[in-house]
Design a binder for this molecule. Sequence first.
Ligand code: F6P
Length: 540
Amino acid sequence: MKKLTSCTAWRELGEYRRSFGAVHMRELFAADLQRASRFSSTFEGLFLDYSKNRIDDDGLALLLQLALERDIPGAIAKSFTGNRLNVTEQRAVLHTALRAPATERVILDGTDVVPAVHQVLGRLAVFSQKVRDGSWLGFSGLPIRDVVNIGIGGSHLGPQMVTTALRDFADGPAVHFVSNIDGADIHSRLQTLNPASTLFIVASKSFGTQETMTNAATARSWLLDGGATAADVERHFVAVSTNAEKVAAFGIDTENMFGFWDWVGGRYSLWSAIGLPIILSVGFERFEQLLAGAHAMDRHFRDSELHENWPVLMALLGVWYNNFLGAETCAVLPYAEQLRWLPEYLQQADMESNGKHTTVDGDLIDYHTGPVVWGSPGTNSQHAYFQLLHQGSRLVPADFIAVVNPGHPLREHHDLLLANCFAQSEALMLGRSLEETRQHSSAELAPHRTFAGNRPSNTILLQQLDPRALGSLVALYEHKIFVQGIIWGINSFDQWGVELGKQLAGEILPGLNQPLGSSRNPSTLQLLDYCRNKSRKNNN
Ligand code: F6P
């Protein structure tokens, strides 16, 4: 494929940026009274307003032209078939098959993968029912009251995000998450639990991740110290993994293992058995609704024209800011407390996918790829960093996400929440000119109280935060990330960048207990020396 920067639309977007760059969104709204409705659409119970973006019809047409030049339609089609999109790991990318109905066929290397997906779903339904109805008993005969998911990255962030998002639907055991290698994480969690009524899910695609395996071993010792025998471990440990051998070697009966496949990337795996904590919390039927919502977005992505395709539009707007207007980051601002983990979830989904410096062919890239993704729930965020969003020197495109009908009865709170959400996007867009400010402010303070505005945002509204709407929302972002990866010509499905640190940690570990000689750089040696000298474990 042609180099991105050689694409006609890319060049024309650069020119357009020079002519259009200074146009204020106030002018765009003034010039087109239909702008709000023309630049918005509904999808099932979701509403997307992308009118507060620094783009007009001509700019959008160029971005859509770029999508054609990068063969986004072809890439979309490939993403739903037995592709090998993850070329550096020689793997297919088929997480969409995890939410395909049993009637669909997705062929990979001559085999339909959908029956295997539904076979695992069936086992998850049976197992989760036993835990939820109290018939799965711990070693002393108590039913399971607490579930601890031990996993990290994709084996943690998705289930944690969804379980929290759907907490209004929770009617199963309490679900907790332990991920960090920092002992403070598991230590404090275990202190609150009773071994006799606790179930651990060891969730790891590879079943070799240091953090997860260390935490799992600590949990097993805690269980044994708490009165269980080795034979009882099977009542308290289940595994979710692609690696049956390692699961068995850890001592978990593979009867209690729920599998998935190497064509499911870790950060795209919440739809697989990795979603077990979600199922235990809200029940299998609601998990099915989550899958159905994601599948509905898959169909929209696969079948819609580019100009009305939500993931494509959001991706293109992101490219516009990232590559033409100098934005280095983008904020995800859920005005919904239950979506508190969404920004963190999207950090892995987006930054592990698109934080790449070579093209698929291995050429070094001379344009920016994935932005820094960050954010946290409003209104808390307003009182923390919104100052920079409004008056800072950087451009930060933002996604505001809000829910129309809350899961609680406090309407007054909710009206205030929504009013704040809409006020922020309006203030970012409109700003307040010096002239307007002078009417209410002293001449001295007026410059400080002026807002340039013209700061872009999308607003996504969910009629309610239910499993189906959440599934669609998450799939929307997955596909947006995919489209951006194709535009930038990168492999969004590997993560070689996290390997070096893992390898070095293994080499550095012995240095905490004995000098490493001069085998490492002086800064690391100095840090290790300091820890050895000051550590109570070495000085008692
Ligand atoms: O951080 C790298 C990574 O491989 C992620 O991509 C993955 O989600 C995470 O580690 C956990 O991996 P696993 O599920 O194999 O334990």
